[in-house]
Write a protein that binds this ligand. Structure first.
Ligand code: PEP
Ligand code: MN
Length: 337
């Protein structure tokens, strides 16, 4: 349920209304915009008497939200949420680029790539330490050692770091991680989502391999219902009947999500196609449909990458993509800061 408070309402009366709602066992989310204040109610709102609320002087409108996602709903929070990761903002008119290898392989590799992508225009560094691989015999990531190397790359370059958390057991290892990635395979690992929501860190939530937009927003809702407000959604392609690409990039999800939710939405063109030569056109397409950023896999030596070499681009190809994005951004009213 949302309650829209009349512009210029007495603060004391608004506070009394908030107190009255929380006394009934509900949580509130207050979103103050330029033209109105929206109070979102979370919990069992069936006991709230809509007519009574409507009759209050300060109340403009009261509406029940039909969609099952509440905190993530744009109706709940009409303004774009801006997620700030170490001074780099996602959402609103900001455009951010996260880049780095699929997996951290060595100190030389991660620091070398970090320096190269930073020079080319990336603001955040990605790199997997715990890798979700289809085969248990494939490279599983450098795990704790990988995290240490990623933190070292952060110290060397000043770039905030993004890496995937696969298990509740590893949460304590993530204290220096700036943005916690929940991968496609764990999008509906609800116990993990609840714990991540309590970590006090921003979360990058990737879309599940074959999940609907509503299921994805419900996963964001799991994290938000634990108190985390800083979530960035990442469209990384979904499984379809098409075997020529690893996944099918659902570009229509981006403008649709912009209507449905206030959360920033970025695109991963690397996992979306699985093909390095498609990374450039898909990156530019993502900018065109209004994405708030990109996450791109970049490797210094793709043929010898320990994971996802076929979709990894070289630093110079990445630099070329960034220079074209810079040309496009004014057309979509975005800025790369
Ligand atoms: C990744 O980002 O390296 C990854 C494993 O992505 P996804 O969860 O989208 O497959
Ligand atoms: Mn990968």
């Amino acid at each position: 349920m949302i309650i829209v408070v009349k512009k210029g309402s007495d603060k004391k009366q608004v506070d009394n209304l908030l107190k009255w709602i929380t006394h009934q066992g509900l949580k509130v989310d207050v979103s103050v915009g330029d033209n109105s204040t929206v109070i979102g109610l979370v919990g069992d709102t069936s006991k709230i008497d809509i007519d009574l609320v409507h009759s209050m002087d300060i109340v403009d409108t009261v509406k029940r939200i039909q969609e099952p996602y509440k905190c993530a709903n744009r109706k709940f929070h009409p303004e774009d949420t801006i997620v700030d990761i170490g001074g780099h903002k996602f959402g609103g008119d900001n455009f951010q680029i996260i880049a780095g290898p699929c997996s951290i392989e060595s100190e030389k590799q991660i620091i070398g790539i970090a320096e190269a992508v930073k020079k080319a225009g990336a603001n955040l560094l990605r790199g997997g330490a715990f890798k979700p691989r289809t085969s248990p015999y494939a490279f599983q990531g450098l795990r704790e050692n990988g995290l240490d190397l990623l933190v070292k790359a952060k110290q060397e370059t000043g770039m905030p770091i993004v890496t995937e958390l696969m298990s509740i057991r590893h949460i304590d290892l993530f204290k220096d991680v700036d943005l916690v990635q929940i991968g496609a395979r764990n999008m509906q690992n609800f116990e993990l989502l609840k714990e991540v929501g309590r970590m006090g860190k921003p979360v990058l939530l990737k879309r599940g391999l074959a999940n609907t937009i509503e299921e994805w927003l419900m996963s964001a809702e799991y994290i938000m219902s634990e108190g985390c407000k800083d979530i960035i959604l990442c469209e990384r392609g979904i499984r379809t009947f098409e075997p020529l690409t690893r996944n099918t990039l659902d570009l229509s999800a981006i403008p649709l999500l912009k209507e449905l939710t206030h959360l920033p939405v970025i695109v991963d063109p690397s996992h979306a196609s699985g093909l390095s030569r498609l990374v450039k056109p898909l990156s530019l397409a993502a900018v065109g449909v209004g994405a708030d950023g990109l996450m791109v896999e970049v490797h210094n030596d793709p043929p010898h990458a320990l994971c996802d070499g076929a979709q990894s681009i070289r630093p110079e190809q990445f630099a070329d993509i960034v220079s074209r994005i810079d040309i496009m951004l004014p057309l979509v009213n975005k800025v790369k800061k």
